[in-house]
Design a protein around this ligand. Structure first.
Ligand code: FAD
Length: 489
């Protein structure tokens, strides 16, 4: 069986779902193919099932937070779809959002609501979503059409969007297939490593026997040969010898991105107090029973870690200023980074230099597009990874809409001319030239919110008579009922 669509989107995670809805809203016939029995399994796990969809700030803040080379690569996508616009988009789709400190969540704090907003919208837009359908191969046929094989069933399309994710939490379906397809189509795939991962530690001050412990506010410094090379902030959660939490996760991403192997970690467990203030407080508690432990719990450390840390310091001996120096720079010996299958995000993937950042189209294989974590894209904790998946998916589809409109327009113009040899050549040329013509031209403006910059929307509709008119944004009754039933915050 062979089925043809304008675009086949492989993977119905955060990026693929956003791509499917964006295509559906623009009337671009597409097919969404998902490996697992349910779409968005990883989306459901996000933010402890609360789904931290983005981060406060504007595009420039976001770009800085991703760091290089990711930030620069995402510039067009983030400028077109910054956090404020993402919030408006979700609001219009029936998912109001809220700020929790600097993180953006659905107001209901339910990842389920985010997933259902996509699946409901896909249904309203009649975008087909095939589940339990692992794509096994993607090949480019002579003439540039792609063949997407799912076992014995084969789909063909002039465009394919790879939205297959990274390789963390493989049970959610992301197992590295997209990177394999990209490699087979001529792309370089950078090694896949754990980003935002836990670490194994042999720190003597952790609670023994192994227990759960929490340090809610810390500053973690990464050093190399005694010099600080990176700093992260946030909580640290110990589960036996395994450390997690934002300070640890963000440090692991830096270490993977920079390829550091000879690093050491120092933990400031009282980052809100100066060294002098800690020393002064320690002087005051000197000689009091459990004085040190009480000081630490008063600063937010939980009892288990406060007791074990106090016992460790007392065993070492020393005066108040020596202890203060240790509390501001506790050695955190690391024996290993947890494996990528346990990580929040994958560092590595399809090499960004081989993808056009203005369109998400492959520079190696015209008509092949990318969105989300399949690329060498990752961000710190705080909603950056979902935001990147959503923004790159929208950009890819918007770029395709420009392409489809131009190709269809030139085909329609050519169809009105007598079928001369030159005319036939012209048609072929227009299709072949598309990937590198106007879209990649310098100075191309950023496409926004479903509005391709190359062709006006009225021109687009005229040139695409067989596209469906998208229904108005809204939501079906089941969705509205769920929204009414969900608890606001
Ligand atoms: C526990 C956890 C919590 C997280 N929390 C947050 C958070 O709160 N905020 C945040 O910003 N980020 C968070 N992340 C990261 C975020 O979930 C990912 O960065 C994001 O989901 C990436 O989106 P994606 O669409 O690129 O990939 P995915 O969401 O992984 O989706 C890829 C999809 O492609 C499908 N697929 C793969 N191969 C094939 C194939 N051969 N054929 C068909 N389909 C295929 C997969 O089944 C999957 O559904 C979290 C991650 C984890 C693991």
């Amino acid at each position: 069986m062979v089925t043809t669509a304008e675009v086949i989107i492989i993977g119905a995670g955060a990026a693929g779902l956003m791509a499917g809805v964006t295509a559906g809203e623009a009337g671009l016939p597409c097919l969404l193919v998902e490996r697992r029995h349910r779409p968005g399994l990883k989306l459901l796990l996000c933010g402890n099932n609360r789904c931290n969809i983005s981060h406060a700030g504007d595009a420039r803040d976001m770009i800085a937070a991703y760091g290089e080379p990711v930030g620069t690569f995402l510039k067009t996508a983030l400028t077109a779809f910054p956090p404020a616009r993402l919030r408006r988009w979700f609001e219009a789709a029936g998912v109001p959002t809220c700020l929790n400190r600097d993180r953006i969540y659905p107001t209901s704090e339910k990842a389920d609501d985010v997933l259902h907003c996509f699946t409901d919208r896909l249904r309203e837009l009649s975008v087909p979503l095939l589940l339990n359908c692992p794509v096994s191969a993607v090949t480019r046929l002579p003439g540039g059409v792609y063949q997407v094989s799912c076992g014995a069933v084969v789909f063909t399309a002039p465009r394919v969007l790879l939205a297959t994710g990274g390789v963390s939490y493989p049970k959610t379906g992301s197992v590295g297939d997209g990177q394999r397809f990209a490699g087979e189509l001529g792309h370089t795939v950078l090694p896949l490593q754990a980003g935002l991962a836990g670490m194994d530690s042999a720190a003597g001050w952790l609670p023994r026997p192994a227990a759960s412990a929490s340090l809610p506010t810390t500053r973690l410094t990464i050093t190399q040969r005694g010099a600080a090379v990176g700093t992260t902030e946030g909580n640290v959660l110990a589960e036996g010898n395994v450390l997690r939490g934002t300070a640890i996760f963000d440090a692991s991403r830096m270490i993977a991105r920079r390829g550091w192997t000879d690093f050491e970690l120092e933990l400031d467990v009282l980052p809100d107090m100066s060294l002098a203030a800690v020393a002064a407080r320690l002087q005051q508690t000197a000689g009091r029973a459990r004085g040190l432990s009480r000081l630490l719990t008063a600063q937010g450390l939980d009892l288990a870690v406060a007791d074990s840390l106090a016992a460790w310091l007392e065993q070492r001996g020393g005066d108040a200023s020596a202890w203060a120096r240790l509390l501001k720079a506790l050695p955190l010996p690391i024996t290993g980074i947890r494996p990528v299958k346990e990580a929040i995000v994958t560092v590595g993937g399809v090499d960004l230099s081989e993808i056009n950042p203005d369109t998400m189209e492959s520079r190696r294989s015209p008509g092949l597009y990318f969105a989300g974590e399949v690329m060498d894209i990752d961000g710190p904790t705080g909603g950056y990874n979902l935001h990147a998946a959503f923004a790159t998916a929208r950009l890819a589809i918007q770029a395709m809409i420009g392409t489809v409109a131009r190709v269809e327009q030139s085909a329609a113009t050519a169809a009105n001319r007598p079928p001369t040899k030159a005319g036939r050549r012209g048609r072929g040329k227009a299709r072949d030239a598309t990937p590198t013509s106007g879209r990649n031209a310098p100075g191309r403006s950023v496409p926004e919110e479903g509005r391709p910059t190359e062709v006006s929307s009225s021109e687009r509709r005229r040139s695409l008579p067989r596209w469906k008119t998208p229904p108005p944004t809204g939501g079906d009754e089941s969705w509205r009922q769920r929204q009414r039933g969900s608890k606001g915050k």
